[in-house]
Design a protein around this ligand. Structure first.
Ligand code: ATR
Length: 275
């Protein structure tokens, strides 16, 4: 390890990533020497950049859109969960030159729920998921791992949801997008993994008549923190958990591996990242 360990986040675009704020806050808070920077990398430069980083003192990196899938081909070791999800968000550059790739999105998702909805018991009932993109993949794997008995899945483009069912098994039941509201009848956790509700995008418009008031509702969108979907769920009496926590928690395992201290996600962390 170098005296001044460096890490960063690789993506394109990357200017709006909150990860540099998060990791630099933790470095300062724990009095650690190190740096964490945003690295704008195009598809064409991905391999060269990743191969060059260790020589520049980098001990690891986070990976975000659009490189989470393609980065796997440059890793010497890919963890089982990253393989299952088919994407990596955390890289560790070993001293012997090997690259280790992991995916901590599912961990971040579950840790956020544990913190924001400590009474939710994964084994106690079905989950309902809107969306079947990359985020949904990580969340499905995490939910299945946590012992959720059934996953109801609805996506605008139904074949994408069917493909996830074919890949991840019969525990998934696909519901037509126009009937997505019916998923809510039994669900004790409801998750928006689409980009709907994001500032500037359309809202996720689902009839919430069937939503149980004791359900936990969470959204991966965190701009705004309280999406219209979360506001509606709150008005329904549900416990809601915003998406910022998932982002903060997914950074924990990487930070610990790179800098040697397991950081805490708390109100101060949220404030630092939102400032
Ligand atoms: P991510 O990796 O963040 O999941 P993604 O793979 O691009 O991003 O997935 C985006 C998700 O949002 C998909 O489920 C997408 O639905 P489609 O598969 O039908 O494209 C969903 N999504 C985006 N815009 C949408 C819209 N206007 N209406 C419904 N779903 C939408």
């Amino acid at each position: 390890m170098t005296d001044f360990p460096k890490a960063g986040v690789i993506g394109n675009p990357i200017a709006h990533s909150l990860s540099p704020k998060l990791h630099n806050y933790w470095l300062k808070r724990y009095g650690l020497s190190g740096s964490y920077t945003a690295l704008q990398v195009t598809d064409d430069n991905l391999e060269t950049t990743i191969r060059a980083l260790p020589d520049k003192g980098f001990i690891g990196a986070n990976v975000t859109i659009p490189h989470k899938v393609s980065v796997l081909q440059f890793a010497h070791h890919v963890t089982d969960r990253a393989t299952l999800i088919g994407a990596a968000n955390t890289l560790i550059f070993k001293e012997d030159g090997r690259i280790f790739a992991d995916n901590t999105d599912g961990y971040g998702f579950l840790a956020n729920l544990k913190q924001g909805a400590p009474n939710w018991d994964p084994k106690s009932g079905p989950a309902a998921i809107f969306g079947a993109g990359g985020a949904a993949r990580a969340i499905i794997v995490a939910l299945a791992d946590a012992g959720v008995p059934e996953i109801l899945l609805s996506n605008r483009t139904r074949p994408k949801a069917e493909a996830l069912r074919a890949e991840f098994g019969a525990r998934i039941r696909v519901i037509d997008w126009v009937q997505a509201g019916t998923m809510l009848v039994d669900a004790n956790i409801v998750i928006n993994t689409t980009s709907l509700g994001m500032k500037g995008a359309q809202e996720l418009k689902v009839p919430l008549d069937d939503l149980r008031s004791d359900a936990v509702v969470t959204d991966i969108v965190y701009t705004p923190l309280r999406t219209p979907f979360l506001v509606a769920a709150e008005q329904h009496g549900c416990t809601t958990v915003d998406g910022l926590g998932m982002l903060l928690h997914q950074g924990v395992p990487g930070f610990e591996r790179w800098f040697g201290t397991r950081p805490e996600v708390d109100e101060d962390t949220r404030r630092a990242v939102l400032a």
